[in-house]
Design a protein around this ligand. Structure first.
Ligand code: SF4
Length: 322
């Protein structure tokens, strides 16, 4: 199903210069911080001038009450990608608006960010996506959506989303077809244009590198230039140990420079990064259960314990997390 890259391993700087891998953590952190600040300024332009204050208050409240500052939300267990080799769930579950509102209302402090994403799912598959977005917008400082960009419903481009992150697994029709078994790049581009034309939130484009698309970086930059998108990233696809989805071993771009994985008695990370790329967040699944992140099992409620476990990368899924 989806190829979300929220924890993707970066391969290139947006300028197109060769990037980093492995040990240059200092540069990576500086780059990540620069991107965060850039993003915040871009969003602020569309908000009222008191928005930074609202962020600061939410952030301070979360710190004081030891609550996660970010909520990653699976809007649906369904997907709109229909990729070859990716099984559809027997029964698709959409997160109920009622449950979502109760989770938000149950917090002592509103989260700084609500980020709609998925695991083997995509937010745009939810039949109540607009209602979920509106609920998030009224109870958080910032709403973002990570999606494969297929299945954008009527007028959804006008929803109060501050940041759209659109991921593609390939940048040419041929490589897209080789990976997904269908040819929907044009449909993706139509939806991308709708979002750009509506101009309600910033739009960021991400290419996730898989084996068939390992050579697509230049085509990706051309595509982004044609669409007039400055915010772009290239990341590596994440290994999925259950082997049913896009992150299967045979899809990993193992030969590409900077790939975080190596095959040595199975797949393993070449170098384990320090800490957790999703620290400060928890994941709400479509059935209403909280997890430390989209890749781990359900969790207990004590966030202090969860936070320590995440920092120490103590979960089975952390073994494959770039
Ligand atoms: S908890 Fe582990 S698997 Fe989840 S994002 Fe953090 S490091 Fe990755």
């Amino acid at each position: 199903m989806t190829d979300h890259s929220i924890t993707g391993h970066r391969t290139e700087k947006p300028s197109g210069k060769k990037g980093v891998s492995g040990g240059l953590e200092g540069n990576l952190n500086v780059e990540a911080m620069r991107r965060t600040i850039d993003t915040a300024f871009d969003i602020w332009k569309r908000k009222n001038f008191l928005w930074p204050l609202s962020i600061a208050l939410s952030y301070a409240g979360c710190r004081i009450f030891n609550a996660p500052r970010g909520l990653i939300v699976e809007a649906s267990t369904g997907c709109t990608g229909y990729c070859r080799g990716c099984p559809e769930p027997d029964k698709t579950v959409d997160l109920s608006v009622d449950i979502f509102e109760k989770v938000l209302a149950g917090r002592r402090f509103r989260p700084v960010t609500v980020h709609f994403s998925g695991k083997h799912s995509d937010p745009l598959a939810s039949s109540v996506f607009p209602e979920l977005v509106r609920a998030a917008a009224s109870r958080s400082s910032m709403v973002s959506v990570s999606t494969i960009g297929l299945g954008l419903g009527e007028s959804w481009e006008y929803l109060p989303v501050d940041r759209w992150i659109l991921s593609i697994p390939a940048a040419t029709l041929e490589t897209w077809h080789a990976l997904r078994g269908n040819s929907r790049l044009d449909e993706f581009r139509d939806n991308l244009r709708r979002l750009l034309h509506a101009d309600r939130g910033m739009v960021e484009l991400v290419l996730t590198l898989w084996k068939p698309s390992a050579g697509d970086t230049e085509a990706f930059h051309r595509l982004a230039d044609e669409e007039g998108i400055g915010r772009r990233r290239v990341v590596f696809g994440r290994f999925d140990p259950d082997g049913h989805h896009l992150g299967r071993i045979e899809n990993l771009a193992l030969e590409a420079p900077g790939c975080p994985y190596i095959i040595e008695e199975g797949v393993r990370l070449i170098e384990e990064p320090p800490g957790c790329p999703l620290s400060g967040t928890v994941f709400l699944d479509a059935e209403g259960y909280l997890h430390p992140c989209p890749f781990t099992e359900r969790t207990q409620n004590d966030y202090r314990v969860v936070s320590r476990e995440k920092t120490g990368r103590l979960y089975e899924a952390c073994r494959y997390c770039p």
